[in-house]
Design a protein around this ligand. Structure first.
Ligand code: C2E
Ligand code: MG
Ligand code: MG
Length: 695
């Protein structure tokens, strides 16, 4: 026998053995209401608990009677219908076993007709109880997932959604049928980079948890805490690797958190950060400063007459004032700095440590404090009346290297009481040195204002001579005659004047006075050929009305502008080159000439020097002192002279004190001099006498 023919011969199988091992029963029965058995294999015992023999004999069990009464009618109907239509049938129903338990049976069969036309049924019955249980469990789990409050969905490794529970429907507003096959990233995510990062982490590490900003179907934002778990695939069954996503909506929690944060860190009345928030920021500022070694400042503010308002106009008015004060304070500080309310009428300003030099930080703090004190001086509109307050400010410098939160607060508080003691409506530094410096500065400022009002300034004129010792002009130099008769020199007060912009008013006075003097020279044959140089500070030159102001003075005094020279310094060039050049050209068209003062000490660059419409370079007097002994100074002076020559500019040397210096200069090619060798700065009267004496 060949192998082939042997494998086709079913009769060669041990049919009996096969039937006994089958996970179910093979049967043949009559198509009656009992399903009277004609053949039934041994497997039926496993399913029903009755041996096959029990279905035969004198008192056979009717198989149909084992079918659960609720299922029986349906089973018979389905079978009969299939038989009538001549097709196989498939049934599943419950069996009540010998021990009274329920089992699930699955049956497949068909009708067979014998030679006599009798119909019987043949088929196979299997016990599918285990499968049913698994199925039920799966359904139950699925319905549990649907009942879950969380949004649960599954996506494949390309982020395409393959499962979507009811919670996801509730959270995102999309129904399952709308989302299946769509990518999570396209459908829900706002930040694609964050999504990709999460996906990468999940793939690499098997899971990812975090907060992804997502949106609902209607576009509104959701904050969701998500946990992604990669579920391994099974190559045997073809089940692919997937990602199970469970997302909890935390939008509400976020809102609550923010509300709680606001309550905890902000003052409800003014909406300014409160004490807790201040302490937090101060601690961080000190930590930062310890690393960066930069200085900042802490200021304590207390309204001077707040209690009176509360007592006379009631608390509502008091609240209104506090709110208005808060807004004004916020406007008085930079974005980075912090205004907090400690309670009552106490406020604090934290100036972030951003200055490397204590001096610069103190200067900045002083500016802020002065601004705040001034800002509080304008009256406040409260409901239907105006109310004037003032504030006392205590300032302490802070540095992470030396201060703690407690020490800084205590110092600022102490300084605030000093400000109160000093008469209120002012500020005080905690550090006495700093306070002394500031007091001196503020006295100087007050003095300067008074000087302007009381005509305490005077102009002196220092002669400028040519190589033949003829006077060709003068430089106007400012002096301050104090009420006690003492004469102050510009080095003592010009810097302060520049920092407070008082220099603008002073400069206007200087120009007016100088032009009046020049006008009188021009009416005198002895002095009519002389030019007058006037120092113009950068701060003054960039004033928008500098040109019209100059024109006004020229018109009022009637001077010939060709004899007027402005001395500018290099700081101007650094400030705003284009604007400087433009203003210079406008003034030059009027006839005014220009000298670059203190040349050699600044950021001289040939590139800008060439472009400036200058007439004269003025060698700074610092080079003159050692020009005969110091080879460096000598060569700098020679270079400046050569440079002026090559640019076609006149070169003048100031600070010429000796004939030796003058000889050096003339040998090097400089023929205009100013200095003590000739005369110091003289009063107007003395200068005219001097000019006449040389005439
Ligand atoms: P500057 O414009 O360089 O003025 C020259 C300074 O050198 C003047 O000092 C002058 O008195 C001084 N000086 C003159 N001859 C000699 C000398 O032989 N040896 C030495 N060692 N010094 C000499 P002053 O008058 O104290 O002025 C100082 C600075 O103040 C001026 O320097 C100028 O930058 C500024 N300044 C003076 N008047 C005014 C003004 O009206 N407006 C502005 N914005 N600044 C002015
Ligand atoms: Mg000068
Ligand atoms: Mg100078």
């Amino acid at each position: 026998m060949s192998t082939n023919s042997r494998s086709h011969d079913a009769s060669a199988l041990s049919l009996d053995l096969l039937l006994r091992n089958l996970p179910g029963a093979v049967y043949r029965c009559l198509n009656d209401s009992h399903w009277t058995m004609e053949f039934l294999s041994a497997g039926v015992e496993k399913l029903t608990g009755y041996p096959a023999a029990a279905f035969f004999g004198e008192h056979p069990i009717a198989y149909a009677s084992l079918i659960h009464p609720d299922d029986r009618a349906q089973v018979l109907t389905d079978t009969n219908q299939a038989v009538r239509e001549g097709r196989p049938f498939q049934l599943s129903y419950r069996i009540i076993t010998a021990s009274g338990k329920l089992r699930w049976a699955w049956e497949q069969g068909s009708a067979v007709v014998d030679q006599d036309g009798n119909v019987s049924l043949e088929g196979f019955i299997a016990d599918i109880s285990a499968l049913r249980r698994a199925d039920l469990l799966a359904r139950e789990q699925a319905s549990l997932l649907d009942k879950a409050h969380d949004a649960i969905f599954v996506m494949d490794m390309h982020a395409r959604i393959t499962y979507w529970n009811k919670g996801a429907e509730r959270l995102y507003g999309w129904e399952e049928r709308q989302v299946l096959g769509q990518r999570m990233s396209d459908l829900l995510c706002d930040n694609h980079a964050a999504f990709s990062e999460a996906l990468r982490t999940a793939i690499e590490e098997g899971e990812w948890a975090g907060e992804l900003q997502q949106h609902r179907r209607d576009g509104t934002t959701i904050h969701a805490d998500s946990r992604w778990t990669v579920v391994a695939g099974d190559p045997d069954t073809g089940v692919q690797q997937k990602i199970l996503v469970i997302s909890t909506d935390i939008s509400e929690r976020k809102i609550n958190e923010e509300r709680i944060h606001k309550l905890a860190y902000f003052d409800a009345l003014t909406e300014l950060p409160n004490r807790a928030s201040l302490l937090d920021h101060l601690r961080r500022a000190l930590l930062g400063s310890a690393r960066s070694r930069k200085f900042g400042a802490l200021m304590f503010l207390d309204l001077d007459n707040f209690k009176i308002l509360n007592d006379t106009h009631g608390h509502a008015a008091g609240d209104m004032l506090l709110q208005a004060v808060a807004r004004r304070l916020e406007h008085s500080v930079r974005e980075a700095d912090m205004v907090a309310r400690l309670g009552g009428d106490e406020f604090v300003i934290l100036v972030q440590p951003e200055e490397e030099m204590l001096e610069a930080a103190a200067h900045q703090a002083e500016t802020v404090a002065a601004k705040v004190v001034a800002a509080m001086n304008a009256p406040f509109q409260l409901a239907d009346f105006m109310y004037a307050v003032s504030t006392s400010v205590g300032v302490t410098m802070i540095s992470g290297a030396t201060d703690t939160v407690e020490s800084a607060l205590k110092q600022a508080d102490t300084a605030m009481y000093q400000a109160k003691a000093a008469g209120r409506n002012t500020f005080r530094f905690f550090d006495p040195d700093m306070q002394a410096k500031w007091t001196a500065r503020s006295e100087l400022e007050t003095g300067l204002r008074r000087a302007l009002r009381n005509h305490e300034f005077i102009l002196y004129y220092q002669p400028q001579l040519d190589g033949d010792s003829r006077v060709i002009g003068a430089e106007a130099l400012l002096r301050w005659r104090q009420p006690n008769g003492e004469l102050l020199y510009p080095t003592d007060f010009i810097k302060a004047a520049e920092e407070t912009s008082l220099i603008v008013d002073i400069g206007r006075w200087v120009l007016g006075t100088a032009c009046a003097e020049l006008a009188s020279w021009q009416g005198n044959p002895v002095t009519r050929h002389l030019s007058l140089s006037v120092n113009v500070s950068a701060r003054q030159f960039v004033e928008p009305d500098f040109v019209p102001m100059t024109q006004e003075i020229l018109a009022a005094t009637g001077v010939d502008p060709h004899y007027l020279k402005f001395e500018l310094t290099e700081t101007l060039v650094v400030t705003d080159f284009a604007h400087t050049v433009e203003t210079m050209e406008t003034l030059r068209r009027l006839g005014i000439t220009f000298s670059l003062d203190d040349f050699g000490t600044g950021y001289s660059s040939l590139a800008y020097l060439r472009k400036l419409p200058l007439d004269q370079l003025k060698i700074d007097y610092s080079f003159m002192r050692d020009v005969l002994t110091d080879r460096n100074d000598a060569s700098i002076v020679r270079s400046i002279i050569a440079l002026g020559d090559s640019l076609g500019l006149q070169v003048i040397a100031e600070g010429v004190e000796t004939a030796g210096q003058r000889d050096f200069l003339s040998e090097a090619g400089c023929f205009v001099y100013q200095g003590y060798l000739y005369e110091p700065a003289l009063s107007g009267e003395r200068f005219t006498e001097y000019a006449a004496s040389l005439h």
